[in-house]
Design a protein around this ligand. Structure first.
Ligand code: NAP
Length: 253
């Protein structure tokens, strides 16, 4: 999978150092992409993912950057440009916060929640469209957003802010998908359920998946790899007629 200049297409995975993003980065390398592994602060984790991708014979770069900061996003995309032509963006970076009712949510919490989860995805998609759209001289490609089943449940008493942010991602996926469909870009999203990653510890409940296991029809939490399978499929030509869709990967929850 190379272009006339011998370059492989590049995939950017935001939050590619851990969890679902890590599984996407490794999987997309297996699918033939060179990969930009973005991370927020955990350089060691990002370097480990990059080393694993290099060992597969692909190019990779770890790029620190907060997706909610415009100048950081520009830097992430500049690093991708240095690797080769962009083909795929996985808008994966996302955060939760500690369990909290809405009346106790500070403006700082809400701003962080919306900035990273919503504005970060918009900024990265904006830069991707500038490179992928045939309107801008690009060759097309795919954007895959990480949503969540949280908007279908509302997450009352826990993370209504997170559920609302991911609800915005669902609307963003449909709107941007339709906006750029005729320009060679397919935009879709994956809606994971309870997946075994560090995100639950960051929300103060490290064993959240175990606690809720019996509420999942399939009776277990999902793995990052099971979510990445769907992301990889949506990014691939096998999903050529799938556009503006949000696919649930939740074990039935
Ligand atoms: P995770 O294990 O907590 O990993 C988060 C990743 O995002 C890390 O690589 C982290 O980098 C990076 N990150 C955090 N804030 C960032 C920022 N501001 N800018 C750039 N990167 C940032 O999360 P996960 O569980 O894999 O979740 C990945 C996505 O799936 C998120 O969008 C999440 O909302 C969604 N999701 C997860 C679940 C679940 O049950 N796990 C369910 C539904 C949806 P560092 O390593 O440097 O910290």
């Amino acid at each position: 999978m190379t272009n006339a200049a011998g370059n492989r297409p590049v995939a950017i995975v935001t939050g590619g150092s851990r969890g679902i993003g890590r599984a996407c980065a490794l999987g997309l390398a297996d699918d033939g992409y060179d990969v930009v592994v973005n991370y927020a602060g955990n350089k060691a984790a990002a370097d480990e993912v990059v080393a694993a991708i290099l060992a597969k014979g692909r190019k990779a770069a770890a790029v620190q950057g907060d997706v909610g900061v415009e100048s950081d996003v520009l830097r992430i995309f500049a690093a991708a440009d240095a690797l080769g032509p962009l083909g795929v963006l996985v808008n994966n970076a996302g955060v939760i916060d500690v369990v909290c009712r809405v009346e106790a949510m500070s403006v700082e919490r809400l701003t962080r929640m919306m900035t990273i989860n919503i504005i970060g995805s918009f900024l990265c998609a904006r830069e991707a469209v500038k490179r992928l759209s045939t309107k801008h001289g690009g060759k097309g490609g795919a954007i895959v957003n990480l949503s969540s089943i949280a908007p279908t449940l509302g997450a009352p008493g826990q993370y209504v802010d997170y559920a609302a942010a991911k609800g915005a991602i669902d609307a963003f996926t449909l709107g941007l998908g339709r906006e750029v469909a005729a320009e060679g870009i397919r935009v879709n999203a994956v809606r994971p359920g309870l997946i075994e990653t560090d995100i639950h510890a960051s929300g103060g409940i490290p064993d959240r998946v175990k606690q809720l296991e019996s509420t999942i029809p399939i009776q277990r939490g999902g793995t990052a790899e099971e979510v990445a399978e769907c992301v990889r499929w949506l990014a691939s030509g096998k999903a050529s007629y799938v556009l503006g869709s949000v696919i649930t990967v939740s074990g039935g929850r």
